[in-house]
Design a protein around this ligand. Structure first.
Ligand code: SAM
Length: 423
């Protein structure tokens, strides 16, 4: 039997679909003509598996355009989008017809009933959905039932500390009776304009996306949402039968990156279990609003998907530069030959200075050479290992650890076009 919470969330998204419907995906389509992006994304999920682009993909809670985008970026894949909002399904159907997306199927279906599709998927994408469910664990278990044993789950859920102002304003709306109506949204826009300096919502209010009525409604008038701290998220994954694989962007969680590496307790944090390290850094940063991660079934046979710098295997890893990376060579700190940053990072402290030798190694990354081929015979191996591990933690590279040579059209020499992989 459906809960009242599910019915009110469905009603909300039928009236206020989010993200707002889009008619034009031309730019998105042309960005993803670059096959190197697909190779990069494949190895983010499956470092140790040879490249494939013909996966079966479920976009669970697909909203207005996410399933259509996946069908565009993976033309050889079979993509299924499900959402319980009729508006989301209609918007997705319109994009399917406009862009002749023959590889896309859309169904109006709650994610809790995903098994009714009668299919298993290599990749399940579920972003911005589970936290709206009355029973997120039931939703997660339903997704596990349709995931192939070697498959990957891309999950995004809200994080609590950066959203403190949002939860205050949600409660304000409940107390004074501001509801999810056009009039309620207009009132709220006026109220947000007069928030005092220092209000926890001010920083979010000033974010570009937050100026749109649809974003304000989704964040502040949503009938049901909850957020997960890192600790709560790891508990949810375990209860749902999943193991954590990696963060989509891992530098903000690492005690070895940016400001976390410089605090007095950095060494103590580094001695905790990995999930405890992430939980500590989340508290240290204090501003995270969401967690995006890749998880696998806890019975997945591909245990060795993880990147590991113990032993010698790392010498065979092929580094692939990620599309959001930027190599700055002007106004450098003393002693630096370049500074690397990732434009998708929201924290500004995650910059990585390179010395001359590291710059030479970085410049030699061409998407086909393994680390062992990049470093010269006389190079210090320990220094090289530290450097390539750091590049990986800083989200500058993903690794092809499959041991297979890439086809030439998928070689990841620097990608000039900016394209975020997280959508
Ligand atoms: C914030 S939107 C995110 C859309 C999309 N995943 C994205 O990232 O662009 C949440 C979507 O999840 C859908 N949704 C929420 N609960 C659901 C459920 N139990 N089953 C299916 N869809 C659901 C809503 O209708 C809405 O379209």
């Amino acid at each position: 039997m459906r809960s009242d919470a599910a019915a009110s969330v469905q009603d909300f998204y039928e009236r206020y679909p989010y993200p707002p419907p889009v008619e034009d995906l031309d730019r998105y389509q042309s960005l993803w003509k670059d096959g190197r992006l697909r190779r990069q994304e494949h190895h983010l999920s499956w470092p140790a598996r040879p490249f494939r682009d013909d996966h079966s993909i479920l976009v669970a809670g697909c909203g207005t355009s996410q399933a259509a985008k996946h069908a565009m970026r993976w033309p050889a894949a079979r993509v299924t989008g499900i959402d319980f909002s009729a508006t989301s399904v209609r918007c997705t159907e319109e994009l399917k017809h406009k862009y002749h997306l023959e590889n896309l199927e859309v169904r109006q279906l709650p994610i809790e009933r995903a098994a009714e599709l009668g299919m298993r998927f290599d990749l399940v994408v579920c972003t911005g959905v589970l936290h709206h469910l009355a029973d997120p664990l039931a939703g997660l278990r339903a997704l596990r039932r349709v995931l192939e044993p070697v498959g990957a789950l891309h999950l995004m859920v809200y994080a609590p500390y950066g959203r403190a102002g949002i939860y205050m304003m949600q409660e304000f709306c409940r107390r004074v009776g501001i509801e999810a109506t056009d009039e309620g949204i207009r009132d709220l826009v006026t109220i947000l304009g007069s928030l005092p300096q220092g209000h926890p919502l001010r920083a979010l209010r000033d974010a570009p996306d937050f100026h749109r009525a649809a974003a304000i409604a989704d964040a502040l008038l949503n009938p049901h949402d909850r957020a997960y701290s890192v600790g709560q998220l790891f508990e949810l994954l375990e209860a749902g039968g999943f193991t954590f694989s990696r963060w989509m962007r891992q530098a903000p969680y690492s005690p070895h990156c940016g400001l976390a590496a410089k605090v007095a307790a950095a060494t103590d944090i580094g001695q905790l279990a990995l999930s405890e390290q992430f939980a500590a850094v989340e508290l240290l940063r204090g501003t995270m609003v969401r967690h995006s991660l890749i998880a696998r079934r806890d019975d997945s046979p591909n245990h060795n998907e993880g990147i590991n710098f113990d032993g010698e295997a790392w010498l065979g890893y092929v580094p692939i530069r990620v599309s959001d990376t930027l190599c700055v060579q002007e106004r450098l700190p003393a002693g630096a030959a370049a500074v690397l940053l990732n434009r998708a990072h929201e924290c500004t402290d995650l910059i990585l200075p390179l010395d001359q030798r590291e710059k030479r190694w970085f410049d030699a990354i061409d998407g086909c050479s393994a680390i062992g081929e990049i470093i010269a015979a006389g190079d210090d191996r320990a220094a090289a290992r530290t450097f390539f591990e750091r590049l990986w933690w800083y989200d500058q590279v993903v690794f092809d650890a499959s041991g297979e040579r890439a086809a030439s059209d998928y070689l990841a020499a620097p990608i000039s076009t900016r394209c975020s992989l997280s959508q």
